[in-house]
Design a protein. Structure first.
Length: 344
């Protein structure tokens, strides 16, 4: 069995430095941490969790609770987080909440509080106060925390900035009749949802339109439930059945909806991008291989995973070091592909 001493020799550092680096201790320089993680990966190092637990009172296990594991983006995001956790010589327990309050409570009570040193959690139906009680003081990092006043550390997707970039791209391509699929504007007037993913993406859309000196009617913002391919495909059929298609550019606030929109338009004889340009948000792997390939706002999942795990390990190593909740944002990029290449 590969030991910590083997990793230290491979990385040419002391055993203590290797141990601190694998635990994510922020006192270790990033260059050294990267060298140690690379050495651990080359040697296929796996931490002795039983021995670690006896010495430190920790299990070396991080819980990850995500809405749905059968959808592309949350599944691929969970994989990135799991890889990052493993790179630190720890193990991940991945659970799906199915956006169910009962499942969220059960996971926090039975898995997180009993088996895990900390949790990376996508909040849905459990309040901050309940999360505090259910996790018994163990560190929690939230993904896309909707709280206006954060209680926990969190890592956010660049929803506002990414959506602004998406709509600005459609405007730059010459689109003038833009539709936004995923949520209507009413969500911006709901105090409890003003910091949700949908609300932040809508806000980014409005900012891009203002910067481009364009306005859209409220009817151009179309709510959709659930956020999946089938719903967007049906919406495309419904819009096409009305006669002339109302939009020359469509921003879907997830890639799954964008792919469903493209399929539905094709079935109605509407060409993408010749008749309608379509852009999505997330950067799921499938978007690059679709026909036409999907232009998208790609969240840097590796950066998101690195930030979430680093914050959690920092909380474990320095539990009293950060009196105020930290909120970081994952990087993103615009991937321009065939679905918006209008040739205008």
């Amino acid at each position: 069995m590969v030991t910590m001493s083997d990793v230290a020799r491979e990385a040419d550092v002391s055993r203590a430095t290797a141990s601190y680096a694998l635990r994510g201790d922020t006192r270790i320089a990033e260059k050294t941490r990267t060298k140690v993680l690379a050495a651990a990966k080359r040697l296929n190092y796996s931490a002795n969790l039983s021995a670690r637990s006896l010495r430190s009172g920790r299990n070396g296990v991080i819980g990850v609770a995500i809405f749905e594991l059968d959808k592309p983006y949350p599944s691929q995001m969970s994989a990135a987080i799991s890889r990052e956790i493993n790179a630190h010589g720890m193990q991940a327990i991945i659970q799906q909440t199915m956006n169910s309050r009962e499942d969220e409570v059960s996971i926090l009570r039975r898995v997180t509080s009993q088996l895990c040193d900390g949790t990376i959690f996508s909040p849905g139906n459990v309040s901050n106060e309940e999360m505090k009680a259910l996790t018994h003081g163990k560190p929690v990092v939230l993904l896309d925390d909707p709280s206006v006043r954060p209680v926990f550390d969190s890592v956010m997707t660049a929803s506002r900035e990414g959506a602004r970039t998406a709509v600005a791209h459609l405007l730059a391509q010459g689109c003038r009749r833009i539709g936004v699929v995923g949520s209507d504007l009413a969500i911006l007037d709901e105090p409890s949802r003003k910091n949700s993913v949908a609300a932040r993406r809508l806000s980014g859309c409005l900012e891009a339109l203002e910067e481009g000196k364009r306005t859209l009617s409220p009817d151009s913002f179309i709510g959709l439930e659930p956020w999946d391919e089938d719903s967007a495909r049906s919406l495309a059929h419904s819009l096409a059945a009305q006669g002339d298609f109302p939009f020359d550019g469509v921003f879907c606030i997830t890639d799954s909806m964008a792919l469903g929109m493209i399929r539905g338009l094709h079935e109605c004889g509407i060409s993408v991008p010749r008749d309608v340009a379509v852009i999505g948000f997330d950067g799921i792997n499938e978007s690059a291989s679709y026909i036409p390939s999907l232009t998208t706002i790609s969240t840097d999942r590796e950066d998101l995973a690195h930030k979430a795990v680093s914050i959690l390990l920092d909380d474990l190593n320095q539990p009293d070091g950060h009196p105020r909740p930290r909120r970081q944002t994952a990087k993103f990029r615009l991937d321009v592909r065939e679905s918006t290449m209008l040739g205008r």
